[in-house]
Write a protein that binds this ligand. Structure first.
Ligand SMILES: [Zn+2]
Ligand SMILES: [Zn+2]
Length: 136
């Protein structure tokens, strides 16, 4: 997403964009983005600053770090980016900063649910669905 700095005013300028998840190359072993990543940005000039209120909507396929089940979830994230006008050239390009913000926001070890029971280290059963058979 690229905006001409001179166009920005105190009245927020809204820009929406949908990206192919693959174009962002966010996929890790445990988290994969599916379909589109939708961005909604409000660019606002506030004195010397450009403030960008950003909303990200996306759909993910996630592998639980405890039971290794794959599940899907929708994610919504909202944050602000700010830039000093002095450091900007003619255009403001926010993609990389949004990408970084989104990447940094995931827990390192995703869980399918708060109290996931995980796999039994003995019999390998998923204890969310099955009973351990080690002692039988
Ligand atoms: Zn789990
Ligand atoms: Zn077991």
């Amino acid at each position: 997403m690229r905006i001409e700095v001179a166009q920005l005013e105190e009245i927020p300028k809204i820009v929406e964009e949908s990206l192919e998840a693959s174009s962002w190359d966010l996929d890790s072993f445990d988290i994969k983005f599916l379909g589109k990543i939708n961005l909604h940005c409000e660019f606002q000039k506030l004195g010397e600053e450009i403030v960008v209120k950003t909303k990200v909507f996306a759909h993910q396929e996630v592998r639980c770090s405890r039971c290794l089940d794959v599940f899907h979830r929708d994610i919504k994230k909202e944050f602000f980016l700010s830039y000093s006008q002095k450091t900007l050239g003619k255009f403001l390009v926010v993609d990389e900063d949004i990408r970084e913000e989104v990447l940094l926001s995931w827990p390192m070890k995703p869980l399918c649910k708060e109290d996931c029971k995980g796999l039994c280290p003995g019999c390998g059963r998923n204890l969310n669905y099955e009973n351990c058979i080690c002692s039988k």
